[in-house]
Design a protein. Structure first.
Ligand code: HEC
Ligand code: HEC
Ligand code: HEC
Ligand code: HEC
Ligand code: HEC
Length: 270
């Protein structure tokens, strides 16, 4: 229990850290049209212009993470934009990519480095870009685990087991999310439920980078246990609202009956 508490704290901490680092790196955000990297590169042909189109519409563009947030450099001074003295890092080599992305995705980097993939980085393991691409990075989902992408270096068998276990849990999370939203719309106080689901979901979505079949299965089972508890709380709410509806129906029926009686009485006196 204590160990799990620590894991939760760690995940929560790493999530907050990602956002904090991103905010710090991004202090004094410029609009895309003021960033000289974009102005100059969008006019360049081939592999120097392409990143701009790919980046537009990425989750990073959406969150204000522009070229200079990843590559460094001075986004306000065209003449010195790519000067090393202005912090320009250039394009990272294959084995430098995890540390490059991990400046912001601190928790993911740690899980990745501990994993079979991270340990094999220098000997054919996939880096972040192999799975997420470099510039057109979108919201991550289990769709990234597919036969085409995961059987390039080894068989799909282990990937399939991981995906199966995670898909089931993902389904439970989506269903619980919808039910909680339903109660929120009805005006029920769902704060605690939302917080619990949020924490569990974060923990779940950082599970994958382990790529350790046993670990993923064991943690998925634990997470399912937590989701089942949430499910039980919601079932309690369902029961309460059923009873309330029933009580409501009785009141309506009672009123109708009273109305009918009043009507009959009036008729009798008329
Ligand atoms: C005035 C035009 C211009 C500006 C401004 C500019 N670049 Fe470039 N950039 C280029 C050209 C041309 C190349 C290809 C030749 C070279 O590497 O110098 C390039 C290359 C690059 C590369 C590839 C380097 C490599 O090692 O392959 C990266 C990454 C890059 N730029 C990022 C940036 C970033 C980030 C900014 C803004 C901070 C920026 N550029 C601003 C013109 C520009
Ligand atoms: C999320 C981080 C990230 C952002 C944002 C980003 N890049 Fe990159 N970029 C990378 C990585 C990682 C590589 C090298 C990866 C690889 O091997 O493909 C790279 C490579 C490049 C290269 C070298 C391409 C080549 O084939 O040699 C250029 C040029 C470049 N980026 C320009 C840009 C420009 C311009 C922007 C802004 C529109 C930008 N990048 C935004 C991560 C980023
Ligand atoms: C300057 C900080 C920064 C760097 C460097 C960076 N990212 Fe991000 N990344 C963010 C922020 C901010 C978000 C949007 C908020 C979020 O979802 O965490 C994001 C979102 C993402 C997402 C979507 C997360 C989701 O919720 O589904 C992926 C995947 C991702 N980044 C991968 C990468 C990869 C791969 C690299 C390196 C090529 C990289 N990032 C480099 C800051 C960064
Ligand atoms: C660029 C090559 C490459 C790609 C692409 C790749 N892997 Fe791997 N994978 C490796 C290497 C290398 C190892 C370590 C040696 C091994 O166990 O086969 C590994 C190991 C694994 C392991 C076992 C880890 C362990 O600790 O037992 C799993 C599970 C796995 N990969 C899943 C996946 C999934 C899922 C995908 C697709 C999203 C994927 N791999 C894509 C290269 C790759
Ligand atoms: C073998 C493929 C693979 C590699 C390598 C990989 N990822 Fe992922 N990543 C995934 C998959 C699949 C998911 C979605 C998991 C899910 O939906 O629960 C994901 C999810 C993410 C997320 C979203 C996590 C969240 O909390 O929602 C981020 C951020 C991310 N990856 C960044 C990275 C970074 C940074 C690296 C390199 C250090 C990296 N990934 C390496 C496949 C990969």
């Amino acid at each position: 229990m204590r160990y799990r508490g620590n894991v939760m704290m760690k995940r929560c901490f790493s999530f907050v850290l990602t956002m904090l680092v991103a905010v710090l790196v991004n202090c004094g955000t410029l609009h895309a049209e003021e960033i000289v990297c974009i102005t100059c590169h969008s006019a360049l042909p081939g592999k120097y212009g392409e990143p701009v189109k790919l980046w537009q519409g990425s989750i990073h563009a959406e969150n204000g993470i522009a070229c200079n947030a990843c590559h460094g450099g001075d986004p306000k001074d065209a003449a010195n934009a790519m000067n090393k003295d202005r912090g320009f890092l250039g394009a990272p080599a294959y084995t430098d990519v995890p540390a490059f992305c991990g400046r912001c995705h601190v928790g993911v980097l740690k899980d990745y480095l501990d994993s079979g993939h991270g340990r094999a980085l220098a000997t054919g393991g996939p880096n972040c870009v192999i799975c997420h691409s470099n510039h057109h990075i979108v919201k991550a989902s289990l769709d990234l685990i597919n036969e085409k992408s995961c059987s390039r270096c080894h068989s799909y068998e282990r990937a399939k087991v991981i995906k199966g276990a995670m898909q089931e849990t993902e389904g439970m999370i989506v269903a619980l999310d919808a039910r909680i939203a339903g109660y929120k719309q009805l005006g029920t106080d769902t704060d605690r439920l939302e917080k619990e689901l949020f924490a569990t979901r974060n923990r779940f979505h950082s599970l994958f980078h382990n790529v350790d079949v046993k670990k993923v299965m064991a943690e998925s089972t634990q997470i399912k246990g937590e989701l089942n508890k949430l499910d039980a709380t919601l079932k309690g709410l369902d029961e309460q609202s059923r009873q309330r509806k029933l009580a409501g129906a009785f009141v309506v029926a009672g009123l109708l009956l009273a109305g009918l009686l009043a009507h009959l009485l009036r008729k009798t006196f008329d």
